[in-house]
Design a protein around this ligand. Structure first.
Ligand SMILES: CC(C)(COP(=O)(O)OP(=O)(O)OC[C@H]1O[C@@H](n2cnc3c(N)ncnc32)[C@H](O)[C@@H]1OP(=O)(O)O)[C@@H](O)C(=O)NCCC(=O)NCCS
Length: 159
C-alpha cells in the first residue's frame, strides 16, 4: 500500500474515488452523490488546489482517500475531511495511514490542532479516530439535508 498526494491535474482521479466513497457510504458524508456527480469539471482541480488530497493505492488501484484543509473559524486549526477506505481494503491499516498523511501535512503546515466531524453512529470511524488520539471537543451538529437526522460530533487532535 502506498499513500500519494494528488496534484491539481488529477481532477478525474479525485472525482472517481470521491464518487465511489459517496456511493458506498452516503451516511458518512455531508455531500450527496448526485450533487457531487453534477459538479463542473473545473471544480475538481480547484478542490485539489485548496485541499491537500491523499489517495491510498492498494493492490495497484485507488482504495482510499482523505483530505486536509484549513478550518474556517481559527487559523490554528486544520480540518480532516472525506476519509474513506474501499470495503475490500478495510481492516489492513489503510485508514490509519491516511490519517497519518493528514497529520504529517498539518504539522508541516504549522497547525496546532487537527479537527474532524464524525457521525455518532459510525462505530468504525469513531473507533479509528479514538485509537489515533482524537478526543471529543463537546461540539455536536447534524448532517445537512437529506440526512439531517444523523448527528455528528467533533473530535480534535493536538499536533
Ligand atoms: C472508518 C474507515 C475509514 C476505517 O478504515 P480502515 O482502513 O478499515 O481502518 P484501519 O484498518 O486503518 O484501522 C485502524 C484502527 O481503527 C479502528 N477500527 C477500524 N475499523 C474498525 C471497525 N470496523 N471496528 C472497530 N474498530 C475499527 C481499530 O482500532 C483499528 O486499529 P487496530 O486494528 O489496531 O485495532 C472505513 O471503515 C471506512 O472508510 N468507512 C466508510 C467511510 C467512513 O465512515 N468514513 C469516515 C467519515 S468521518
Amino acid at each position: 500500500m502506498q499513500i500519494v498526494r494528488l496534484t491539481p491535474d488529477e481532477g478525474p482521479r479525485l472525482r472517481a474515488i470521491r464518487l465511489a466513497a459517496l456511493e458506498d457510504a452516503p451516511d458518512a458524508f455531508g455531500s450527496t452523490y448526485s450533487e457531487t456527480a453534477a459538479r463542473p469539471p473545473e471544480s475538481w482541480p480547484a478542490q485539489l488546489r485548496s485541499l491537500a488530497t491523499f489517495v491510498a493505492v492498494v493492490d495497484g488501484a485507488d482504495g482510499g482517500m482523505v483530505r486536509g484543509g484549513p478550518a474556517p473559524d481559527d487559523p490554528g486549526d486544520a480540518l480532516l475531511l472525506s476519509m474513506w477506505v474501499a470495503p475490500t481494503a478495510r481492516g489492513r491499516g489503510v485508514g490509519r495511514a491516511l490519517v497519518g498523511a493528514v497529520v504529517a501535512w498539518a504539522r508541516a503546515e504549522g497547525f496546532a490542532r487537527l479537527l474532524l466531524d464524525v457521525a455518532d453512529q459510525n462505530a468504525p470511524a469513531v473507533a479509528l479516530y479514538a485509537r489515533l488520539g482524537f478526543v471529543p471537543t463537546g461540539e455536536v451538529d447534524h448532517l445537512p439535508p437529506p440526512r439531517q437526522h444523523i448527528r455528528e460530533h467533533r473530535r480534535a487532535l493536538r499536533l
